[in-house]
Design a protein around this ligand. Structure first.
Ligand code: SNW
Length: 290
């Protein structure tokens, strides 16, 4: 009896030990790489940065006709990556709603998609310093009659799931029916077909659709308190430190300004990201050009 008991216990302990071994072998793989000498930033694949992004968020992040990622955020991040010694940057399109958790659980090294820094999101991921601050825009057909929050009452408004627009609309547009979409393209199609009255998205993305479909900015809401940052998994402090330093350099040497003018022509210039010598006393723009 005692013998059998001991035997079973030994067998169980052996199984437990084997399981622990397998688990530790797994956790040494993708997703939890910690910083070492050959991999100072703790990247999933040393020497390569895997970026979770969006394929349809022009002009921030989108794929061109060849399927290559481009846009303001893409070019800025690629420049910053180069400064920290990484040329191999692989962008992958995701739905916005899954982006932060994909970074947090180690499928990607970083999330780059005009992602506003908020306290709530900081519970899931770390962020680099901010690199972009602008407006959230409700866009509608010219004759929609939507001009302010009150005129949205009783209307159907599109939001992309997981965005600040969704959170803002839930809080402030309480008499409006919200319709959730996975991305901007599907929501804009719904505006064009008349199945929703308006769509709520980022200002610069709205500008693109305005040009393409003759839609107009019905309401612009400042979102300067949630500047966009690069989202990084919480266990990569060295990576964050390096990105912040490189980002500051890209701002100070005028690279940020050049990219801003290229991708957002005619938009108000947020001064805080310009070279120090070009900043005047006012810290941020206070009104829209609309
Ligand atoms: O909060 C703004 C920020 O001020 C700047 O204008 C860039 O866009 C924002 O980060 C808001 N972006 C949305 C968000 O973070 C939607 C992102 C997206 O559609 N890619 O939820």
């Amino acid at each position: 009896m005692t013998n059998r008991f001991t035997l079973r216990r030994t067998a169980l302990l052996a199984v437990a030990a084997a399981t622990a071994l397998i688990l530790s072998a797994c956790s040494g793989g993708a997703g939890t790489a910690s910083s070492t000498e050959d991999n100072p930033y703790g990247l999933i694949t040393p020497g390569q940065i895997r970026v979770a992004s969006l394929g349809d968020s022009k002009p921030y992040t989108f794929t061109d006709a060849d399927g290559t990622f481009t846009g303001f955020d893409v070019e800025l991040f690629t420049d910053v990556a180069k400064r920290i010694g990484i040329d191999d940057v692989v962008f992958t399109g995701q739905d916005f709603s899954g982006l932060l958790s994909a970074v947090a659980n180690g499928q990607f090294d970083v999330g780059v998609a005009a992602i506003g820094i908020t306290k709530e999101r900081e519970q899931t991921v770390d962020f680099s310093d901010g690199y972009l601050a602008g407006y959230l825009t409700v866009m509608a057909a010219k004759d929609s009659g939507i001009t302010d929050a009150d005129s949205l009452a009783g209307k159907r408004l599109g939001v992309v799931q997981g965005t600040l627009q969704e959170a803002y609309a839930v809080k402030h547009f309480t008499d409006t029916e919200l319709v959730r979409f996975p991305d901007n393209n599907s929501a804009i199609s719904a505006v064009n077909s008349g199945s929703i009255d308006a769509h709520f998205l980022d200002y610069e993305a709205a500008k693109e659709y305005a040009a393409q479909y003759g839609l107009v900015n019905a309401i612009d809401i400042p979102s300067f308190d949630a500047p966009a940052g690069f989202a990084i998994a919480k266990d990569k402090p060295e990576f964050k430190k390096a990105l912040d330093k490189a980002l500051a350099e890209a701002m100070e040497d005028g690279t940020w300004k050049k990219l801003y003018q290229k991708w957002f022509p005619g938009s108000p210039m947020p001064e805080q990201y310009l070279p120090k010598a070009e900043q005047t006393s006012s810290p941020s723009p206070t009104s829209s050009t609309e």
